[in-house]
Design a protein around this ligand. Structure first.
Ligand code: XMP
Length: 531
């Protein structure tokens, strides 16, 4: 496996993804882990990440001594190159700010890392790479034993190598897609130079994960909050594969789910997988508490709190019932790797903290349960692959994200059962048509071409005409966006013919809705959800 030491770059996760795409397992850890940790990790190679742009104080960050004592290959990227330079006795000219941009880098010296990897060659026969470069700091003097590996006109030392020790460093970012041959370069480092085996494949992973879960759980029992979302579903399927009936899933139906969602979850888990699933129909409780509460954040709080209350009550019942012996002692969660890194779980203090949506935060302590998080080391696309390998249906595993508060934040203002029922039917039509509409250019459905699509209920009435009569009914808005990270998003340019079909069907099939609009706002300044 490969160890990635994080100096706080926004793109460190991409390094891990690229390495894993080469079927080599990798983990990200903070740059200041102990020497002992690194020795115990037994990496086949180490990658030192970049750091934030414009953080002069970070120039104090160094890689632990064990990195250099272990005798394994090391690749420094951007800031990683600077720290390698300084720690190996070279010199860096620091700058107070750094920025990134396109550059064409010329290869020097026929290093193993760059041999045969180029985007084009110059008339003089030099290999050239199109890269995403970090500008600002510069290596001004190579450390002893190092030779020049790459340069640009404005950056004479853009790459360096000490091949006798397997040390390589580049000032550009091979992990980002803008660096055209970045993947080849990382593959070269990981597979050829480090000699890591490409044995990280899902089939093997299932066996290992199953063994680990069995070992951790022993003969004890586990409960898991099943939401129908990808992460909790895949976690449930994996844990069920490992321990069968020692797992009990609790599925809280808050009455704000999509059309038939509850039945689908039950069919899959109780029906097909024969897992123990307790379905709690708490819709009256949720809708009752939400009555007369129009404010979005208040609605979120109510739904979040009730969810925890209901789940806790079930968990306690289960504990008390004993199920033969002492009841559940583990709480399983579908925490995935980005959640761990983003919430600072790796104690990577430099990485920016982004909101995490854990429904049951704080619950394990309150219930006195131990945590079981079998997806902690997987990226979302790996979780999906795992789900498919475990036999979950493709449509379930590749579903758009759905917020914890569900339709509660897609019914503007006060939530009523009448509104939820109308919205569910309108939304089901929209999604059905998106799945059915194939874009001829890509051959993909518009569902797969969008990142998130849904319908929003507007509690206002507008006038329409149907047959001979006047109607005075509700309005819905269709929302569909394309995004890579959900932090920014563009509204999707759906074909008019598709919008026309959706609108026609909703107005004809859902009595009570007589007008359909399409949301053409991007994020920012709008958000993806309307509340
Ligand atoms: P916004 O509306 O903030 O949404 O642009 C970004 C992403 O987050 C989801 N979202 C939520 N997910 N609980 C959740 O679990 C929430 O309260 C919540 N609010 C927004 C939203 O669906 C989108 O994918």
């Amino acid at each position: 496996k490969i160890l990635i030491l994080d100096f706080g770059s926004q793109v460190t996760q991409l390094i891990a993804r690229r390495v894993r795409e080469a079927h080599v397992y990798s983990e990200i850890h903070p740059n200041d882990v102990s020497d002992e940790f690194i020795r115990e990790f037994k990496p086949k190679g180490i990658i030192l990440s970049g750091s934030h742009a414009s953080t002069y104080e970070d120039h104090e960050l160094r890689a632990p001594q064990a990195v250099w004592d272990l005798g394994v290959p090391v690749l420094g990227i951007c800031y990683g190159m600077f720290t390698m330079t300084v720690q190996q006795g070279g010199e860096v000219e620091a700058s107070t700010h750094r920025e990134f941009g396109y550059a064409e880098v010329r290869a020097h010296g026929h290093t193993r890392l760059l041999q045969g990897i180029e985007d084009f060659s110059t008339t003089e026969g030099h290999g050239m790479l199109k890269v995403w470069m970090s500008h600002g700091d510069k290596v001004t003097k190579l450390p002893p034993g190092f030779k020049l590996m790459a340069s640009t006109p404005s950056c004479p030392i853009a790459g360096m190598a000490d091949e006798s020790r397997g040390y390589y460093a580049v000032q550009f970012h091979p992990e980002v897609t803008h660096t055209v041959k970045g993947r080849d370069l990382l593959n070269r480092f990981v597979l050829d130079i480090c000699g890591a085996k490409p044995d990280w494949v899902m089939g093997n992973y299932i066996e290992e994960a199953v063994a680990r879960i069995r070992e951790q759980v022993g003969s004890e029992e586990v409960i898991l909050g099943l939401s129908g979302g990808v992460d909790s579903s895949v976690a449930a399927a994996l844990i069920h594969r490992a321990i069968g009936d020692q797992l009990t899933c609790v599925f809280v139906d808050h009455g704000l789910l999509r059309l038939n969602e509850g039945d689908m979850v039950m069919d899959m888990f109780a029906g097909k997988l024969h897992a123990k699933v307790i379905r709690v129909d708490a819709s009256d409780l949720f809708l009752g508490e939400l009555a007369g509460k129009p404010e979005p954040e208040q609605k979120r709080k109510i739904i979040g709190k009730l969810f925890v209350d209901v789940f806790k009550a079930e968990a306690e019942k289960l504990k008390a019932s004993g199920q033969g012996h002492k009841g559940a002692t583990f709480l399983a969660q579908g925490t995935i790797y980005p959640d761990v890194v983003e919430s600072g779980g790796t104690k990577t203090k430099k990485a920016t903290t982004i909101k995490s949506h854990h429904n049951v935060g704080g619950l394990p302590e309150q219930l006195g349960l131990k945590l079981l998080e079998p997806l902690r080391e997987l990226f979302k696309d790996e979780v999906r692959e795992l789900g498919v390998a475990l036999g979950l249906p493709h449509d379930m595993v590749y579903r758009h994200p759905f917020p914890g508060p569900g339709l509660g934040v897609r019914i503007l203002g006060e939530v009523k059962k009448e509104y939820a029922d109308l919205l569910r039917r309108a939304d089901a039509i929209f999604i059905e048509e998106l799945r059915a509409a194939i874009d001829p250019a890509s051959g993909k459905s518009w569902y797969d071409l969008t990142s998130q699509a849904f319908t929003v209920f507007l509690p206002v009435k507008s006038v329409g005409v149907m047959g001979d009569g006047r109607t005075y009914d509700y309005v819905v808005a269709l929302r569909s966006v394309q995004t890579s990270d959900f932090m920014t998003a563009d509204w999707a340019e759906l074909p008019y013919s598709l919008l026309k079909r959706v609108s026609g069907r909703i107005i004809n099939e859902v009595r009570g809705i007589n007008r359909v609009t399409y949301d053409v706002s991007s994020k920012p300044p709008a958000t993806i959800e309307w509340e």
